[in-house]
Design a protein around this ligand. Structure first.
Ligand code: ZN
Length: 335
């Protein structure tokens, strides 16, 4: 089995009625009624993704709402809770309409002024509905990075819920209003790097929540290149080392890296048990072809296949690790 642990239903999020609802919210119209999207429209929005999964022999994807659409810096706590519920409802329906192909990963109605107890309640509600993990924006200020580090006690209700319910949190950036940080090229990777380093800096976090798990997407940001620097600074500042937070089973990374060299560096830097196959199928940059391979840049399956890993190790990366790190996914997988 091959599980893509990192996918977003971007076309579904771009449905005009869905985007129109958010625009109405943000212009303070606050529509009373949620948009009604037909099953046919939900299925149609996924046709291209499913055919690409078939072409790449990806059996199942853990799918979440569009990351940019979280836009946790906009709206109000009330609006963002409704917005997250709308998106989660669509994700759930899309998973149910394609049995055996997807498992739902949720959006959280974060906002700089939102009490984290409210976010924790959303985790509880949607986990009961079958969600297997949740995206968590470590910035929350649209690329301005004005909040306290996300690992602080202000987020403890979120961490308590995630640990108690055994659902990992995926540290995923969202929209950037900072023109220096385009969201897919920079802000998401800054979120990965910042998230990883904040976890090294948070002395008490994993003492208080020893079973809490975070997934850092996009190969852990700069992890393949900079793990040596982070080992040094951890010693220098008495932080937890990258090897410690990986080795203790608290932090995992995915394989959303778009070339052979850096995929190999990722396998060299990160223990195999901490690596989950991810391909963002159909990609942050759909259809863009890498002339060296003649294939899409974002077909990360190719780079894992071409790596020096043994067949047994590949099967751990392709599925076994994802099943272990996302235990609630089992109900969505065909036996
Ligand atoms: Zn993503």
């Amino acid at each position: 089995m091959i599980i893509d642990s990192h996918q977003h239903f971007v076309r579904l999020a771009k449905h005009p009625e869905v985007e129109g609802f958010r625009q109405a919210q943000l212009s303070a119209k606050n529509p009373d009624v949620l948009p009604s999207i037909s099953d046919a429209d939900v299925k149609k929005s996924l046709e291209q993704v499913v055919s690409l999964m078939d072409a790449r022999n990806i059996d199942v994807a853990f799918a979440s709402p569009r990351a940019k659409a979280m836009a946790t810096h906009e709206g109000t706590p009330e609006q963002n809770a409704i917005w997250a519920d709308l998106n989660n409802g669509l994700i759930l329906r899309a998973c149910q309409l394609n049995p055996g192909r997807f498992a739902p990963v949720g959006m959280l109605g974060q906002h700089p002024s939102c009490p984290s107890e409210q976010v924790a309640k959303q985790i509880e509600r949607w986990t009961k509905e079958g969600f297997v993990a949740f995206n968590f924006d470590p910035d929350g200020t649209g690329g301005r990075w004005q909040n306290q580090p996300f690992t602080g006690k202000h987020n403890y209700p979120v961490f308590e819920a995630a640990q108690a319910l055994d659902v990992p949190l995926v540290l995923h950036g969202s929209e950037s209003i900072n023109k220096n940080f385009p969201h897919t090229a920079v802000q998401y990777l800054v979120a990965d790097i910042t998230g990883f380093v904040q976890l090294m800096m948070a002395k008490d976090l994993f003492r208080d929540f020893p079973r809490l798990r975070f997934l850092i997407p996009h190969g852990g940001g700069a992890l393949p290149c900079q793990i040596g620097r982070w080992r040094a600074i951890a010693k220098y500042n008495s932080w937890a080392s990258p090897d410690e937070i990986l080795g203790n089973g608290n932090v995992f990374v995915d394989t959303c890296v778009y070339n052979d060299l850096n995929m190999q560096m990722l396998f060299d830097a990160v223990p195999l048990d901490n690596m989950l196959f991810g391909s963002e199928c159909d990609g942050a940059f759909p259809g863009v072809v890498n002339e060296q391979t003649g294939d899409h840049y974002d077909n990360t399956r190719r780079y894992v296949d071409d790596s020096k890993l043994s067949a047994g190790d590949k099967s751990r990366v392709f599925a076994a690790n994802a099943r272990r790190v996302y235990p609630r996914a089992s109900r969505w997988l065909k036996s």
